[in-house]
Design a protein around this ligand. Structure first.
Ligand SMILES: O=C(O)CCC(=O)C(=O)O
Length: 316
């Protein structure tokens, strides 16, 4: 059981975020995901080398260096092959997405769901906004502002959904797959900012989208370094960001969102799933193949329709 104690729940409510050390299970949550990604990178690098897109397959490099070299050569758009969600734009039948069993299993981690249950109750819907982010050293990316592989500008997650979800009580669980440090671009928050309104979001002068400088509150961002296996929970109005990775390693995280079952997700074109239900346990989705199929169907539908409006600012 990884339920949160009352003091932690109160801290989350007061501050709009909560840091929980050692939440993930090394054997059950982290190692299967790492192994899945090592195999995926091996498959992709081998394929891209055989297609003449990479100078080498870099099979002798460790995961972090190999991914960094692949992104250095191909650009960060290749990271969509490692991402567990679809982009908002230009979706075709071939748009890459990774729908592996270990990724789905992490979204259903009982330890994460126990903590989420302490925040929103036992009827838990897995919101479709979930991402794998691997921030590579800033020197390896031409476009440093990329919310999967680089800098993430200040924003509130509420801006990433349609207004219909404003009362859906969506909670973000940000999970550290390796140590997140100030040097490699850990998450940063403005404590208490969830008590304010949803601020304007839009394209920013130096790239990306988020809250324009003039609308950011005067309070400082606080860095939240956290070790592998830890998690940070965020209220959907907590302002957060992350800075460039100036280390020579990677920063690897998975962020998922959860909400009470039966409310609008604010992302109606992407599929969610029942993660936990005490009332109707039969509705829980346990099968990663079925989850993958939901995403493939969504992709096929989106490839055949006009670009829908996903959110207010086209932010993740
Ligand atoms: O991981 C990051 O750097 C940013 C994460 C984020 O913006 C989110 O989880 O909403």
């Amino acid at each position: 059981m990884s339920r949160l104690d009352r003091a932690s729940v109160r801290r989350f409510e007061d501050e709009g975020y909560l840091v929980v050390k050692d939440l993930l299970d090394e054997a059950g949550d982290i190692r299967p995901l790492v192994a899945e990604y090592e195999a995926l990178l091996d498959q992709k690098a081998t394929q891209w080398f055989s297609e003449g897109r990479l100078a080498q397959s870099y099979a002798d490099l460790a995961f972090a260096q190999r991914l960094t070299q692949v992104i250095r050569e191909l650009g960060d758009a290749c990271f969509y092959h490692f991402e567990i969600s679809l982009p908002f734009d230009k979706i075709t039948d071939d748009t890459p997405i990774h729908l592996g069993p270990a990724a789905f299993s992490l979204l259903r981690s009982p330890r994460v769901l126990d903590a989420v249950q302490s925040l929103i109750g036992p009827e838990i819907y897995g919101h479709p906004a979930h991402h794998v982010r691997i921030k590579v050293p800033v020197e390896a990316v031409k476009n440093g502002i990329n919310d999967l592989t680089g800098t993430v500008t200040g924003h509130q997650d509420q801006a990433g959904t349609l207004p219909e979800a404003d009362d859906s009580k969506i909670v973000t669980a940000w999970m550290a797959i390796n140590d997140a440090t100030e040097a490699n671009g850990c998450l940063m928050v403005i404590p208490g900012s969830h008590r304010g309104e949803l601020l304007p979001h839009g394209p920013l002068p130096h790239g990306g989208a988020g809250i324009p400088e003039e609308h950011l509150p005067a309070e400082e961002f606080v860095a939240l370094p956290i070790e592998r296996g830890g998690a940070i929970f965020l209220n959907s109005r907590t302002i957060h960001r992350s800075l460039p990775n100036v280390s020579d390693g990677i920063r690897w995280s998975v962020d998922a969102r959860y909400m009470p079952i039966g409310r609008p997700t604010g992302r109606p074109f992407f599929p969610g799933f029942v993660a936990r239900s005490w009332l109707r346990p039969d509705n829980e989705l346990h099968d990663s193949q079925a989850w993958a199929q939901l995403w493939r169907l969504a992709r096929a539908k989106l490839a055949r329709r006009e670009k829908p409006k996903f959110n207010r600012a086209q932010l993740a």
